[in-house]
Design a protein around this ligand. Structure first.
Ligand SMILES: CCCCCCCCCCC/C=C/C(=O)SCCNC(=O)CCNC(=O)[C@H](O)C(C)(C)COP(=O)(O)OP(=O)(O)OC[C@H]1O[C@@H](n2cnc3c(N)ncnc32)[C@H](O)[C@@H]1OP(=O)(O)O
Length: 388
C-alpha cells in the first residue's frame, strides 16, 4: 500500500517506509508565508501528480507541524507501519516553529508545481482532458488551453467550487506551454453569474463571516484575471450575467455568439459592480453606456456590446464554434513569447491600479451583501418569486 493523495483531503500516509531524516530548508523568506499562501498550497497539492512516498511524508509532517506544532502523540507500535512512518516524519521536525513549517510547506509545494510544470513542457496529448476538475472541463489542444464552465443544467452559475477551480485552471494555464487561454461555457449559457446558493450556507459565526470569506474569494478570483500573463480570450457562447460579464474587461479578446446577451443586474440584486467593471466599463464604452449597464442593469445584445467595444467580434450562432476555433487555432501558432510580451506591454502599467480597484469594489460589495436589499433579492430568486 502506498501513500495516498486524496482529492479534497490532507495528504495521508498508507505505507511502511524507511523515513529519511528530513532535510528542512529554511528559506530566506521563512515566516513570510501567510495563511492564504498556505491554504492555496493545500489546494494546489491536490492537483499535483503523485510526488512519491518520501515527498508525501514530508508534506504530511510539515502540515502537522504547521497546524499543530511539535509532534505530541504517542509513538505508534512497531507493527503499525504506516502510522509509525508518519509519526517518525513529524517527530523528526523537532521544535521547528509553526510559521517555518508553514513556509517550508508552501516552498515544497511550489517546487513540486514548477517541476511538474517543466516536465509538462512536453506537449500534452492532443485534446487531453486535464483531471481534477468537477465544475470545469479543461483541455489542451493546438497550444490552446480551453477552460469550459460545465454546469449547463444550472446555466453555468459559478459556485464557490467553480471560483476555486477557475483560479487553479488559470494558474496552471499561466505555466503550461499553451500560447493562449480561452474561457467558455458548456450548453446554452455562457454563465448566469454568481450561483445565488452561495448566499445560503451561512456558518455558525454568522453572515458577516460568510461575507468576509466571500470577499476574499472574489478578490483572489478577480486578481487571477488581472495577473494572467498570456492572451486571454472569452468565447461567449450564449447569455452572460453578473460576474461573467464584468470580468470581460480584463480579457484581451471577447468573441460572442449572436445569441449572447450581456447583463449586470446589480441594482436589482441590491449589489454593486465588481470585476473592476466600475473602471473598465466606463473606460471601454464611456460613462453613459456603462451607467446604463452597471446602475440600471440594462441587458444588451451581442451586437450592442460589440458596438460599445466590450466585444471584439460577433459570429452567427450557427457558425460560432467553427469560426471562433478556426480563428483561435491560427492565433495560437503565432510566436508565444511575442504575444505574452505584447500583452504585458499593453496591460502592465494598469495592473496596480486594477488591484486597488478590485479591493475597493469588494469593500463596498461586502457591505451590500449584508443589506436587506440584497438578502430580499436573493431570497426572491431562491424561492422562485423572481428571475432576471
Ligand atoms: C453573504 C455573502 C456571500 C457571498 C458569496 C459570493 C461570492 C462572490 C460573489 C460575486 C459577485 C457576483 C455577482 C453576480 O454574478 S450577480 C448575477 C447573479 N445571477 C443571477 O441573478 C441570475 C439568476 N438566474 C436567473 O435569473 C435565471 O436562472 C436565468 C435568467 C439566468 C435563466 O432563466 P431560465 O428560465 O432560462 O432558466 P432557469 O431559471 O430555469 O435555470 C435553470 C436552473 O439553473 C438555476 N440557476 C440559474 N442561474 C442561477 C444562479 N445564478 N444561481 C443559482 N442557480 C441558478 C435555476 O435555479 C434552475 O435550477 P433548477 O433547475 O434546479 O430549478
Amino acid at each position: 500500500m502506498g501513500l495516498r493523495m486524496q482529492r479534497g483531503r490532507r495528504p495521508v500516509a498508507g505505507s511502511s517506509l524507511q523515513v529519511p531524516a528530513l532535510q528542512l530548508h529554511v528559506s530566506k523568506t521563512a515566516m513570510r508565508a501567510s495563511q492564504k499562501d498556505f491554504e492555496s498550497a493545500l489546494s494546489q497539492v491536490k492537483l499535483l501528480k503523485d510526488p512519491g512516498n518520501e515527498v508525501k511524508l514530508k508534506l504530511y509532517a510539515l502540515y502537522k507541524q504547521a497546524t499543530e506544532g511539535p509532534c505530541n502523540t504517542p509513538k505508534p507500535g512497531v507493527f503499525d507501519l504506516i502510522n509509525k512512518a508518519k509519526w517518525d516524519a513529524w517527530n523528526a521536525l523537532g521544535s521547528l516553529p509553526k510559521e517555518t513549517a508553514r513556509q517550508n510547506y508552501v516552498d515544497l509545494v511550489s517546487g513540486l508545481s514548477s517541476s511538474s510544470d517543466s516536465s509538462s513542457q512536453v506537449k500534452p496529448e492532443a485534446d487531453r482532458k486535464q483531471p481534477g476538475y468537477e465544475t470545469l472541463v479543461v483541455t489542451y489542444e493546438d497550444s490552446i488551453t480551453k477552460i469550459m464552465m460545465n454546469r449547463p443544467a444550472k446555466k453555468n452559475a459559478v459556485t464557490t467550487q467553480m471560483y476555486n477551480e477557475i483560479m487553479l485552471a488559470l494558474k496552471a494555464a499561466s505555466k503550461d506551454d499553451s500560447a493562449i487561454t480561452v474561457l467558455t461555457g458548456n450548453g446554452d449559457y455562457y454563465s448566469s453569474g454568481n450561483d445565488l446558493t452561495n448566499f445560503t450556507d451561512i456558518p455558525p459565526e454568522g453572515i458577516e463571516e460568510k461575507a468576509k470569506s466571500g470577499a476574499i474569494l472574489l478578490r483572489d478570483f478577480v486578481d487571477c484575471f488581472i495577473d494572467f500573463p498570456k492572451p486571454l480570450i472569452a468565447a461567449v457562447n450564449g447569455p452572460a450575467v453578473g460576474i461573467s460579464v464584468t470580468i470581460l474587461g480584463l480579457f484581451d479578446t471577447v468573441y460572442a455568439s449572436s445569441r449572447a446577451t450581456f447583463h449586470t443586474p446589480f441594482s436589482h440584486l441590491g449589489q454593486s459592480p465588481e470585476g473592476c467593471s466600475s473602471y473598465t466599463f466606463p473606460k471601454i464604452m464611456g460613462p453613459a453606456k456603462a451607467a446604463e449597464m452597471l446602475i440600471f442593469g440594462k441587458k444588451i445584445t451581442a451586437a450592442e456590446a460589440c458596438a460599445q467595444g466590450l466585444v471584439t467580434e460577433v459570429f452567427p450562432d450557427s457558425t460560432f464554434q467553427k469560426e471562433v476555433w478556426t480563428r483561435l487555432k491560427a492565433y495560437s501558432k503565432l510566436p508565444p513569447n511575442a504575444m505574452r510580451i505584447s500583452k504585458q506591454v499593453i496591460r502592465n502599467r494598469e495592473k496596480e491600479k486594477l488591484h486597488a480597484i478590485n479591493a475597493e469594489e469588494i469593500r463596498v460589495l461586502q457591505e451590500r451583501w449584508l443589506s436587506d436589499e440584497c438578502t430580499n433579492a436573493v431570497m426572491n430568486f431562491l424561492t422562485r418569486k423572481a428571475k432576471l
